[in-house]
Design a binder for this molecule. Structure first.
Ligand code: RIB
Length: 340
């Protein structure tokens, strides 16, 4: 349970009046050195941050928003961050970026640290952001919105894409080009995006006579996870002729694994990813993917947060954006006859 310290708690611990603490905070009158030292120590000990009203009174709006993402080294998030920053700048806002590694303790640390810097609002792409953090920010009066992986709509607007529909689109494309045994490398199941894409795959294949649950392998949304999952799948089912990977990095791992096994990725085994990161255009063969509207997602979430900060957002809503198939060589080169 996170307890938010108030100015009264600070005054009590420092052994002074609330007005003395207020004078110190707003630098609106004399405070002797000894008293200043006691107040500073109390603020540190209680991890106190002036609340939104005090901040407003002190004119502390800083036109700064914090973007907390799982891992900026994943190009999905770096493309997203770029869109957020570009749009925020058009409204005169600066963006501070933080990597949470999907860890609640890191997210809480960011909230604790950044609240003292008078951040005007937070954008979280997180699965671990939940009621406790939402309560903390609401108590502090700091607006927040959730992107991509929001666990639930805790009084926040949410922007993500139609993950279930996107996964079905990937499977349908593999069927359309002639694949007859399609595996799925799924993302971490504690993430709604990993879960929903698995649901979309299973909805599309569960009635197929060739389907068996052993065509499923868990990945970690990273390249190495895609490599090892593909190796296990091909070991189990050498006759796989199509793989849908839950994100582009794992699909790139699948291309690598097939190449190491001397299998012609694209021709003998078709590969489809999910995200639409720029790297997918330069692999060999170029990667077919279900592209998320990265710039649109980043732009929308920025606008929603800034409206919330400026008090003009009528209602918190969940926005699920359309995705689209980008067909490239990793499926278009597929030739069922090419398989030895
Ligand atoms: O590539 C990272 C994945 O995590 C993306 O598919 C994105 O949707 C996020 O959930």
């Amino acid at each position: 349970m996170i307890v938010i310290a108030t100015i009264r708690d600070v005054a009590k611990l420092a052994g002074v009046s609330v007005s003395t603490v207020s004078r110190y905070l707003n630098k609106s009158g004399y405070v002797n050195v000894e008293t200043e030292r006691s107040i500073k120590a109390a603020i540190e000990k209680l991890d106190y941050a002036p609340n939104q009203v005090a901040r407003g009174l002190a004119g502390k709006k800083t036109n700064t928003i914090a973007l907390i993402l799982p891992d900026i080294s994943n190009l999905f998030f770096s493309d997203l961050a770029r869109a957020v920053e570009d749009v925020a700048a058009t409204y005169g806002y600066t963006v501070i970026l933080g990597n949470s590694d999907d860890r609640a303790d890191k997210e809480k640390r960011y909230i604790e640290t950044l609240k003292k810097k008078y951040i005007d609002g937070f954008i979280f792409a997180s699965q671990t952001f939940g009621p406790e953090e939402a309560e903390m920010l609401t108590k502090l009066g700091i607006p927040f919105v959730c992107l991509d992986r929001a666990p639930s709509e805790e009084n926040a607007s949410v922007v993500r894409t139609k993950n279930i529909e996107g996964a079905s689109m990937a499977v349908q494309h593999l069927l359309d080009i002639g694949c007859r045994k399609i595996a799925h490398i799924y993302g971490p199941q504690h993430l709604i995006t990993g879960r929903d894409r698995l649901i979309g795959y299973e909805k599309s294949v569960h009635a197929m006579e060739w389907f068996t649950p052993s065509l499923l392998e868990e990945g970690d949304f990273r390249i190495r996870g895609g490599i090892s999952a593909t190796e296990r799948l091909m070991q189990r089912h050498p006759d796989i002729d199509g793989i849908f990977a839950g994100n582009d990095l794992m699909a790139i791992g699948a291309l690598k694994a097939l190449s190491r096994m001397g299998i012609k990725a694209g021709e003998e085994v078709a590969i489809c990813g999910y995200d639409g990161i720029q790297t997918a255009e330069i692999t060999s063969p170029e990667l077919t993917t279900i592209a998320q509207p990265l710039y649109e997602m980043g732009a929308l979430i920025s606008r929603l947060l800034i409206k919330k900060i400026e008090g003009t957002l009528e209602k918190d809503l969940t926005y699920e954006l359309d995705v689209k198939l980008l067909a490239r060589g990793s499926t278009l080169d597929f030739s069922p006859r090419a398989k030895a």
